[in-house]
Design a protein around this ligand. Structure first.
Ligand code: TMP
Length: 206
């Protein structure tokens, strides 16, 4: 696959979205035009699924895992894979590791099973780099304040399990992951991300 695929992952309130913007700005200054997207919700179907899964009524953990998987299947087929095939840089705010951590570890469905489901959904497409913006469950809750979707409203133990699983994924494959401390300043974090991204960049299109 040509192009460059970067995912940002981390707990709710970690500051991923700010980092996606900062990376995109820096790339833009160099003449790149990255495609920014997010999960769930990067397509028309995905936006409907996002509403359902984050703001709907109670649903079973397996139904939840399948909705997140459906969002990713559509997202990869409609947007991510065609963009990468065209040589674009794609930056996504969350990807399959969120499901492995939230549904697999947080909901207790089993990380390996959820990983298999996710890989099936995305035809085994893995990012070239996954940046995990790390914060504690307590800090995440403090930053989120009073607004909570279905996942955000889970107790701290759930969010700690999610965080531990992100750490485990990164430890198992340091080549593909970068873990940054979400309590550092946004510019410090962005500098660490840039150190990893810069050597991976394709030539600027003329
Ligand atoms: P966001 O607000 O960062 O876009 O994330 C939406 C919420 O959905 C967040 O609490 C994490 C959760 N989530 C999952 O549980 N599984 C997934 O596969 C994804 C992509 C997100």
């Amino acid at each position: 696959m040509i192009g460059l695929f970067i995912a940002f992952e981390g707990g709710d309130g970690a500051g991923k979205s700010t980092q996606v913007e900062l990376l995109a700005d820096r790339l833009g200054q160099l003449g790149y035009a990255p495609i920014l997207t997010r999960q769930p919700g990067g397509t028309t179907l995905g936006r409907a699924l996002r509403d359902l899964v984050l703001h709907g009524e109670h649903m079973s953990p397996r139904a939840e895992a399948l909705i997140f998987a459906a969002d990713k299947a559509q997202h990869v087929e409609e947007l991510i894979r065609p963009a990468l095939l065209a040589g674009e840089i794609v930056i996504t705010d969350r990807y399959t590791d969120s499901s492995v951590a939230y549904q697999g570890a947080g909901r207790d469905l089993g990380a390996e099973e959820v990983q298999r489901l996710q890989m099936w959904a995305v035809h085994d497409l893995v990012p070239d780099l996954t940046v995990i913006v790390d914060i504690t469950a307590e800090e995440g809750r403090r930053r989120r304040g009073a607004v909570h979707d279905r996942l955000e409203s889970e107790h701290d133990g759930f969010h700690e399990a999610v965080r531990d699983h992100f750490h485990a994924l990164a430890a198992a494959d340091p080549q593909r992951y970068l873990v940054v401390d979400g309590t550092d300043s946004p510019t410090q974090i962005a500098a660490r991300v840039w150190e990893r991204v810069e050597p991976m960049l394709p030539g600027v299109p003329s």
